[in-house]
Ligand binder design. Sequence first.
Ligand SMILES: Cc1cc2nc3c(=O)[nH]c(=O)nc-3n(C[C@H](O)[C@H](O)[C@H](O)COP(=O)(O)O)c2cc1C
Length: 184
Amino acid sequence: MKKNLGAKAILYPMPVLVVGTYDENGVANAMTAAWGGISEETEITICISDEHKTAKNLEVHKGFTVGIADVANMKAADFVGIVSGNKDSAKVEKTGWTVEKSSFVDAPIFAELPMVLECEVISYDAPSCRLIGRIVNVAADERVFNEDGKLDIAKLNPITYDPMNHTYHAIGECVGKAFANSKL
Ligand SMILES: Cc1cc2nc3c(=O)[nH]c(=O)nc-3n(C[C@H](O)[C@H](O)[C@H](O)COP(=O)(O)O)c2cc1C
């Protein structure tokens, strides 16, 4: 018997995305987003509240990065999801992250995050909070690839956000191959 929870923003797993932008003075900002995912081939959609500094930055620079938060960066990823660049322009500095400029889009990369999507803004609609971006490059640290040259999620060690309990959990264990079970 299933228990009804009503209409809620609950989905498992939810990502922990770190959206990187530059402000009007070229200062790097970061915010955490769990409401987002791939919406087309080379396209990502994220709900960004228009009150956030990130929303203002997107209008100015038309570019952003999406860093994948891992276990090692959990605290800093949580911090940038609480503190706003509207009130604290030194928020990224406080994380201790190393800021590098993307060579593909006008947005910062946080070197400590193991993987990043570099995106151009296709559209941002404030009333619906929808940011749609074109993924122009994906980059990841060499240490998170396996011997076949493919990304290894166990090495990446990303975290997922649990919106019911407000907790973070590690992802990584491989439990089987996909597209391998056409017969049961
Ligand atoms: C786990 C987590 C997930 C979040 N997901 C979102 C989200 O999907 N969309 C959003 O607009 N804000 C989200 N937030 C809130 C923003 O990250 C937060 O308000 C942040 O301070 C905004 O930063 P900014 O004003 O510097 O852009 C989330 C926060 C946390 C901790």
